[in-house]
Design a protein around this ligand. Structure first.
Ligand SMILES: C[S@@+](CC[C@H](N)C(=O)[O-])C[C@H]1O[C@@H](n2cnc3c(N)ncnc32)[C@H](O)[C@@H]1O
Length: 267
């Protein structure tokens, strides 16, 4: 595909979630740019491994694992946002808006075609992972997913069931709770109007992972998920600073979303 055709294909997606360099200098305008985070937390050499990316969205983590030499990369995702864990009372307009943003996962297909990738994607919930159906993996990646699940520990149990090597869990943490409570596992609960549930402190994320049947291998690393070109930055105005949502959005766009990266293996 020549560069103009590639740019036209990128333009077919209204809202890219991931920032992906599809060809030299041709980058998707993602909401998030995780490329630096991937360099920080993924193993440099994944040669010969069978890897799984859970909740892949546009697929940047799956593609990064493939670039690092993984022999086979499988990605799973719930392509229909109606199947996500929505709290009762969620607004139909919000569900519809998220559905349009997800666009049936077409961004992943465009990226895979453009890069000549062999990542294989299945429409499957993390809750339904079963080694009888999908096999086991040397490396399992869980990224920015647990926050969106009503039952993150069940999801971790299912990830553990297909993990025959190592897992890397990189998920959202509450920066304030993590600073105030370094040892005590705690989580805030959203659960209102959008598929956002538990945001733990770092100790809480570690405890969830252990409760899901993993042994944590080393100290969690702190990672910021940086805003991409597709994320609107709120203006620095008193009206924005007055509301909690405004302050959160400002912190998100300027600093990036606070995450912790935890390496673990099945206990
Ligand atoms: C915030 S995005 C994270 C994308 C990617 N994992 C990353 O780290 O950048 C959340 C993803 O989780 C997926 N998802 C939501 N519920 C899921 C479930 N039950 N099973 C698998 N994927 C799910 C969504 O479709 C979406 O692709």
């Amino acid at each position: 595909m020549d560069n103009d055709a590639l740019r036209a294909r990128i333009g077919e997606v209204t809202d890219w979630y991931h920032t992906i360099e599809l060809a030299p200098g041709i980058v998707t305008p993602g909401y998030i740019d995780m490329r630096k985070a991937a360099d920080k937390v993924l193993p440099e050499d994944m040669s010969g491994t069978r890897a799984l990316d859970i909740g892949t969205f546009d697929g940047v983590w799956a593609f990064e694992m493939e670039k690092r030499g993984a022999a086979e990369v499988v990605a799973i995702d719930l392509l229909d946002p109606l199947q996500w864990d929505w709290p009762h009372g969620s607004d139909a307009d919000v569900i519809d808006q998220v559905g349009r943003r997800k666009a049936g996962g077409v961004g992943f297909e465009i990226a895979r075609d453009a890069m000549g990738s062999s990542v294989e994607r299945h429409a499957l919930s993390v809750y339904d992972l079963d080694p009888e159906d999908i096999g086991t993996f040397d490396f399992v990646y869980v990224g920015s997913l647990l926050l969106h699940l009503r039952d993150p520990v069940l999801a971790l149990e299912r990830a553990r069931a297909v993990c025959a090597g190592e897992a890397l869990i990189v998920d959202a943490v509450d920066a304030g709770l993590s600073a105030l409570f370094r040892k005590r596992p705690l989580a805030g609960l959203d659960g209102r109007g959008r598929p956002w549930w538990w945001k733990p402190n770092v100790a809480g994320l570690v405890r969830m992972i252990e409760a899901g049947g993993f042994e944590v291998l080393d100290q969690p690393a702190r990672v910021r998920m940086k805003a991409g070109a597709g994320q609107r930055r709120p203006p620095l105005r008193p009206s924005v600073l007055r509301t909690r949502a405004g302050r959160e959005q400002l912190a998100l766009t300027s600093l990036g979303g606070a995450h912790a990266a935890v390496r673990a293996r099945p206990r």
